[in-house]
Design a protein around this ligand. Structure first.
Ligand code: AMP
Ligand code: MN
Ligand code: MN
Ligand code: MN
Length: 280
């Protein structure tokens, strides 16, 4: 009998804000019984080669992925690219542009944090991010370390979200640019965690509609800690706009028990999984 396929198509390594190295992540995924794993670091493909090597060791299928930052109206949304060619020139150019936006934002976040007594945050966040993408998560880690907040969640609430002292809006590339870049790299574009943008239903529908009109292909129906209501709402959107259904834990860190690798609600049978046409 063949092994039951278990998909997790949204995960992070320390090539962005995850804790594990790409090979550690793959080993954890293997232990969790995952047969198909997508590595989807924020605005980076730098972990894919290492993850691919380790996947071959374990005999699991690695899907090359990325989670791209994108602006829609005044929202930052995330679009996952699956089965991308990590060496594609237009993808690499897009990543370079995002990296410049991130560097610039990080320096501005740091300057704003100085004003509320948090010093040299850019320096420390940069150290924490190492060779990986610098993210707000790294600022949050530094802020907890220095005792300015108790938990990562608290940091976001107190400092790093809209109207808070360390918030900096970014003019990320738009939906069309983001989808184009994924498709030029032969990938499939998927809206990440649709229920996490704090949008009204009307707004969210407008987002999904525009995504579909601009040739986006999929939407995450099951996400790390999504509850039944969220699963139902995502299912309705997926069906209504005839998108493929994806599933991904958004795993970052084994110390966060609410986002376990591969522990995902099954995709409802009325939907077509994003892997329906994959040959592996
Ligand atoms: P960035 O892409 O640099 O804006 O960083 C976003 C990352 O920060 C997300 O991918 C999460 O890993 C993390 N994050 C965002 N909001 C929160 C939050 N409220 N609590 C904990 N982590 C968060
Ligand atoms: Mn993250
Ligand atoms: Mn995300
Ligand atoms: Mn993610």
């Amino acid at each position: 009998m063949t092994k039951q396929a278990i998909y997790d198509l949204h995960t992070h390594s320390n090539a962005s804000d995850g804790k594990l190295s790409p090979s550690e992540l793959v080993s954890h995924a293997y232990q969790a019984g995952i047969t198909h794993l997508a590595l989807t670091d924020h605005d980076s493909v730098s972990g894919i080669q290492e993850a691919e090597k380790q996947s071959q060791q374990h005999g699991i299928k690695l899907i090359s992925g990325i989670e791209l930052s994108c602006r829609w109206l005044s929202y930052t949304i995330h679009i996952v690219g699956l089965n991308i060619d990590p060496e594609n020139d237009s993808l690499l150019k897009h990543i370079q542009d995002l990296s410049e936006l991130r560097e610039d934002r990080a320096k501005r976040i740091s300057r704003q944090l100085e004003k509320v007594g948090i010093n040299d945050a850019y320096y420390y966040a940069k150290q924490l991010s190492g060779d990986g993408t610098i993210t707000r998560q790294h600022f949050a880690m530094h802020i907890v370390k220095t005792g300015h907040a108790k938990t990562i969640q608290d940091v976001f609430k107190k400092y790093l979200t809209r109207n808070k002292p360390g918030y900096v809006a970014v003019d990320w590339p738009d939906i069309k640019q983001t989808i184009n870049c994924i498709q030029q790299a032969n990938g499939i574009a998927v809206i990440a965690h649709p229920l996490r943008y704090k949008m009204t239903n009307t707004k969210l529908k407008a987002l999904v509609k525009e995504f579909k009109e601009k040739s986006g292909e999929g939407i995450e129906v099951a996400s790390g800690n999504s509850n039944n209501d969220e699963l139902n709402r995502a299912t309705t959107l997926c069906k209504q706009f005839e998108l493929f259904a994806s599933t991904g834990s958004d795993f970052h860190n084994p110390d966060m028990p609410w986002t376990k690798l591969g522990k995902l609600a099954p995709i409802p049978e009325i939907l077509t999984p994003v892997w329906a046409n994959w040959h592996h």
